[in-house]
Ligand binder design. Structure first.
Ligand code: NDP
Ligand code: 8G0
Length: 445
């Protein structure tokens, strides 16, 4: 197998899916050598079967807004691979959603879920519906219409959705409620549920906390202490805010946050009071980060990401894909960044990744660093099938162990002769090998 030829072939078959091709290219180039050590993989045409999703559902979602207008959106679910467990992955509601973006996310999810050590395959779903500016009742009607189409394709041992961008506790509650009504069963078919109906403690915190635990593991390889380090975060949603909470608990300084309208920069680091304000602003009032700048009079950059405006030791991009380009990466490296740990999925473009690897900083791709979210979803599934719920301490301690295990796998497969750990290669090879072995044993399907 030659990575370039393989990716060019996929590009010809899926010419309008740039994000999907970008994600495949990154994985395939880094596993090329390992793959070629196993001629049996090629005989089974394994790579192509692993890169093309098992199946894709796409459907129209019609719903009625508060003014009585009939609205139509697209809905999708990509079931990528169930080689090592039931399909598992979040649901994204955002105006930018299309098949290419969901295919890239489902592909990445397959490798990430493999790294968690838990039995979960890969999937992703979503809609180009945007909850922004919609009333609770509009969001509810949309969620019900979406699940009316999707409910037959999901189930606790079949496919287990969760939240993602634009889908939080409110949306999961509405979708789970309608699923339960259609399927007439009360099972763990969604994760990220409310605590009263099967949701796990620490699931809301898991992705952000897990990313911080992964970062601590990386810093330890170079004997670096996190205390006093300045950390630039992008985003101000679920992942970003809980990253900030844990960082401040660890004694680091959070020097930026953002949303899709702009970025704030607080050179001395957020205070506890300011962090509380952001948590309320974002989680209760669904407000904008600009309102923080207005209240506290800090620097605000409308329409811009934080990377060119901050002095930081560490960057934790936690908003969306392709939010750090080559220029941004160079600016971060030039001002002395020592670590980049990705909370978002594929936030760095291929050019940015080249810059980080070339500078030999600690660089953790999302499929390793943000795997704590789906890992605790796996723990939620385990609790649901036992009809039990574990304490916050129990879940948090399992999360720490899982992140340490993922770090160990990256080290095992990504350590170069001079001691540098290539986390991109490590995560891709480790994630790939487990899925590949399972596929070999199960025959051609
Ligand atoms: P949220 O919807 O809670 O927050 C998303 C944040 O990113 C918001 O601040 C949002 O701003 C901003 N954002 C979204 N899209 C864009 C865009 N196109 N340009 C600029 N800013 C944008 O989502 P999450 O925090 O859950 O997800 C963030 C990232 O983390 C995603 O890549 C997701 O796939 C990934 N992830 C999430 C996990 C989870 O458990 N939730 C697990 C692993 C990865 P605004 O409010 O203006 O829209
Ligand atoms: O819990 C999940 O399945 C989930 C939700 C949102 C995002 C992700 C991810 O790993 O990207 C997983």
């Amino acid at each position: 197998m030659k990575a370039k030829e393989f990716v060019d072939g996929l590009k010809r078959r899926f010419p309008n899916e740039p994000e999907y091709i970008q994600a495949v290219d990154e994985v395939v180039s880094s596993i090329e050598d390992t793959y070629n050590e196993h001629p049996e993989f090629e005989r089974y045409n394994l790579l192509e079967r692993l890169c093309i999703p098992d199946r894709i559902f796409s459907f129209r979602v019609s719903w009625v807004d508060d003014k009585g207008n009939v609205r139509n959106n697209m809905g999708y679910r990509i079931q990528h691979s169930n080689a090592i467990g039931p399909y598992k992955g979040g649901i994204r509601f955002h105006s930018s959603v299309n098949q290419s973006i969901l295919k890239f996310l489902a592909f990445e999810q397959t490798f990430k879920n493999s790294l968690t050590t838990l039995a979960m395959g890969g999937a992703k779903g979503g809609s180009d519906f945007s909850p922004r500016g919609k009333s609770d009742m509009e969001v509810m009607r949309f969620c019900q219409a979406f699940i009316t189409e999707l409910w037959r394709q999901i189930g606790p041992d079949t496919d287990v959705p969760a939240g993602d961008i634009g889908v939080g506790g409110r949306e999961v509650g509405f979708m789970y409620g309608w699923y339960k009504k259609m399927a007439r069963e009360f099972t763990g078919t969604f994760t990220g549920k409310g605590r009263e109906f099967g949701g796990s403690l620490i699931r809301p915190e898991a992705t952000g906390f897990g990313n911080c635990y992964f970062l601590l593991n990386m810093l330890a390889t170079r004997g670096i202490d996190i205390k006093g380090k300045r950390v630039a975060i992008s985003g101000s949603g679920n992942v970003a805010t809980f990253t900030a909470v844990k960082l401040m608990e660890l004694g680091a300084k959070v020097v930026s946050m953002s949303d899709s309208d702009g970025s704030i920069v607080v050179a001395d680091g957020l205070t506890e009071e300011q962090l509380q304000y952001i948590l309320e602003l974002k989680n209760i009032y669904r407000g904008r980060i600009r309102e923080f700048a207005e209240k506290y009079g800090c620097e605000y950059y409308p329409g811009e990401r934080p990377w060119h405006h901050v002095k930081c030791d560490i960057a934790m991009p936690s908003a969306t894909q392709n939010e750090i380009d080559g220029d941004d990466a160079q600016a971060l490296v030039d001002q002395g960044v020592i670590a980049v740990s990705e909370g978002a999925n594929m936030p760095s473009t291929p050019d940015a990744i080249k810059v980080f690897l070339g500078a030999r900083i600690l660089y953790a791709p999302g499929k390793a660093a943000n795997a704590g979210g789906v890992a605790v979803s796996g723990l939620e599934m385990a609790q649901n099938s036992q009809k039990m719920s574990w304490t916050a301490e129990e879940v948090d301690s399992r999360l720490k162990n899982i992140m340490a295990d993922i770090h160990h796998q990256c080290e095992l497969f990504g350590k170069e002769p001079d001691g540098f750990i290539n986390y991109v290669k490590g995560a891709n090879v480790a994630g790939f090998m487990k899925v590949a072995r399972a596929m070999m044993d199960q025959g051609v399907l």
